[in-house]
Design a protein around this ligand. Structure first.
Ligand code: M6R
Length: 610
């Protein structure tokens, strides 16, 4: 999740690029840069880039001004390579400047090939590979920049939006899109390219959205769209009527709703480069864990990340047969925990900055344990403190209530469990294959759930007036019940409890009457019948049951007042689907109550106090 902007016209590019980047900063902010050239002078472009927020780049540009009427700019959310000056975009190789949003899946192999044939890299990024590939095509005689980019794209696998500029063809920008947004803004004698309409709304509202597998060649007077084979495509421009704030939220009312809908894409990004279908295995970004000597795994985390860790316990024990404990990071160091060599402590944090989790890591390291961090923010304090880091690549999450960070944590847990299981021998190659194939299909299945917004809105109206909610689930659905209750509490301020369904009869059953909605997670699986019995116990006491069940379950309607169905998947992956309707229910209930969904009272996105 980075921000992209390009300009070609008669005005000075730098102020326009900076203005656009300012609008994109919410997408990523660990570094920024521009490459600007003046076609009249025909000279090489000037690249100015640096680590940190956009303000740092603006300061640098005062000392090193970049003049010219053609340019590209980028604000980065690191995926490959830590945030640093060298890893900032644009990347320049010979006459070619490149900015990129997305992940090049086959970057390791391409980098090896390029290095073997003499290329020198100055960054750790996957993006620089593309700059080298385009430059090679120019050296090998490609007739123009468009052809060079097309040939380079043929070598690349993954998700991308690229914009490429060449010192040798200063009147042209070339862009391409696959699974990462790209829009062209049309002006009079000038044109813009951006990852997001927000970046160009101040300049033009006349836009063309580029579609999957398309390239576009942009001059100051012309926009030519083709497919990746060069076949021309026609597209009528659209006029954007959104306000700037609406555009920032992608047309959604709140960031949280946008982020709920981003989850299929976020999960696909978490999987990129990690799923090895040839060997039925998982590559943990080159992390080599001494698996045979791991005696126990201890998850430490807070809040939503703690719930993800509870699912992690289920996954690692089931797939790798390594004993697991899950601890609240805020409690961990206060009870003199028994932890040490032989333990792998997995610290889970969306922000990578939660102080409780950092202190727990320090305690674990002091006692000799190895620490593996799962974080969404590259080079945040937690992954830096840990021995190994694994990033979820969900992109920046702005809504305080975590959604896409949670589902991508669940995917990270699954990948870790498969990786461990293949090495302990507890997970057969055949079962690993089934799970990996299911993981790959998950984004489409998630979309089938997030497409049910209208149904969830109706349910939110039906139940949103209640004073309290109960969420029930068994096995790996129990943490999802906890997460559903937390989500509702955080943004709607309605009291909610999550319970293991089998525990209901030991206490919370006393709460049940016709005023208490009970959300029951009851996907097909070994606990199905037992959970249906719990659901019957609720109904026998006039409780209102909203069931989250598996599509094809024709009986569940007879046991509940309302049903939300999710597609079938492997038992281990069900939590990633069943949590989605709970996030949506919470969102719509909160929205109907008119709360501040994105910044709920008393909460902060990153909790840096103990
Ligand atoms: O950034 P972290 O994942 O370490 O944060 C932990 C909790 O503060 C966080 O999950 C919190 O519970 C969220 N508001 C959940 O939506």
């Amino acid at each position: 999740m980075c921000g992209i902007i390009g300009y070609i016209g008669a005005r000075q590019a730098t102020p326009l690029l900076i203005g656009g980047l300012r609008k994109l900063e919410y997408r990523g902010y660990d570094s920024a840069g521009v490459s600007v050239l003046d076609p009249a002078l025909g000279g090489p472009s000037r690249v100015v880039r640096c680590r940190g927020k956009l303000g740092n780049l603006e300061e640098k540009l005062k000392a090193e001004p970049a003049h010219g009427t053609v340019g590209i700019g980028h604000t980065r959310w690191a995926t490959h390579g830590r945030p640093s000056d060298e890893n900032s975009h644009p990347h320049k190789v010979g006459p070619i400047s490149v900015i990129h949003n997305g992940i090049i899946e086959n970057h390791l192999q391409l980098r090896q090939e390029l290095v073997a044939s003499g290329s020198h890299f100055s960054s750790e990024t996957d993006t620089e590979i593309f700059a080298h590939l385009v430059e090679r095509q120019i050296v090998d005689g490609a007739e123009n920049l468009t052809v060079a980019v097309r040939k380079a794209l043929a070598k690349v696998r993954g998700s991308y939006a690229f914009v490429v500029m060449s010192d040798k063809e200063p009147g042209t920008l070339v862009a391409a899109k696959n699974s990462s947004p790209l829009v062209i803004g049309l002006g009079e004698g000038e044109n813009f390219i951006a990852s997001d309409v927000t970046a160009i709304l101040a300049e033009t509202r006349k836009v063309i959205f580029i579609e999957e597998g398309e390239m576009v060649t942009v001059t100051k007077d012309k926009v030519e769209i083709t497919d990746l084979e060069g076949k021309p495509k026609q597209r009528e421009p659209k006029i954007i009527t959104w306000s700037a704030t609406q555009a920032e939220k992608g047309g959604f009312k709140h960031y949280m709703l946008k982020e709920i809908h981003e989850q299929p894409r976020a999960v696909a990004d978490t999987l990129v480069g990690r799923v090895d279908l040839e060997n039925d295995d998982v590559n943990l970004d080159g992390v080599n864990l001494d698996v045979k000597n791991i005696k126990r795994i201890v998850f430490i985390a807070c809040g939503t990340s703690y719930h993800a860790s509870m699912v992690g316990e289920f996954l690692v024990e089931a797939l790798a047969r390594i004993p697991v404990e899950v601890d609240l990071a805020s409690e961990f160091r206060y009870r003199d925990p028994i932890v040490g060599p032989g333990d792998l402590v997995v610290a889970v944090s969306q922000s990578g900055e939660t102080l409780d989790t950092m202190e727990a890591i320090r305690e674990a390291k002091k006692k000799g344990a190895q620490v593996f961090a799962i974080s969404n923010v590259i080079e945040a304090s937690i992954p830096r403190l840990a021995d190994h880091a694994f990033y979820t690549h969900a992109g920046p999450e702005i809504g305080v209530a975590s959604t896409k960070a949670f589902t991508t944590q669940l995917v990270a847990m699954t990948l870790l469990a498969i990786h461990l299981g293949r090495r302990t021998g507890a997970l057969s190659r055949e079962r690993a294959r089934v799970l990996l194939n299911e993981l790959v299909q998950l984004p489409n299945k998630m979309k089938e759930v997030t497409d049910q917004g209208a149904h969830l809105q109706v349910l939110a109206r039906r139940y949103g007036g209640a004073h309290g909610f109960l969420f029930l689930g068994r096995g790996s659905q129990y943490p999802i019940a906890l997460e559903g209750a937390l989500k509702l509490k955080e943004i709607s301020y309605i009291h909610a409890e999550g319970y293991a369904a089998g525990e209901m009869k030991h206490g919370p059953i006393a709460l049940i009457d016709d005023q208490l909605p009970v959300v029951v997670l009851v996907p097909t699986g070994p606990s199905y019948e037992k959970t249906v019995s719990n659901l019957a116990e609720v109904r026998a006491r006039q409780g209102k049951v909203l069931a989250v069940a598996t599509r094809g379950d024709h009986d569940i309607g007879g046991h509940s007042d309302d049903v939300v169905l999710v597609p079938e998947t492997a038992l281990e992956l069900q939590p990633i689907l069943t949590v989605l309707p709970l996030q949506m229910l919470s969102y719509y209930v909160a929205d109907q109550r008119g709360t501040d969904v994105d910044q709920p009272r008393n909460l902060a996105k990153s909790v840096t106090v103990e």
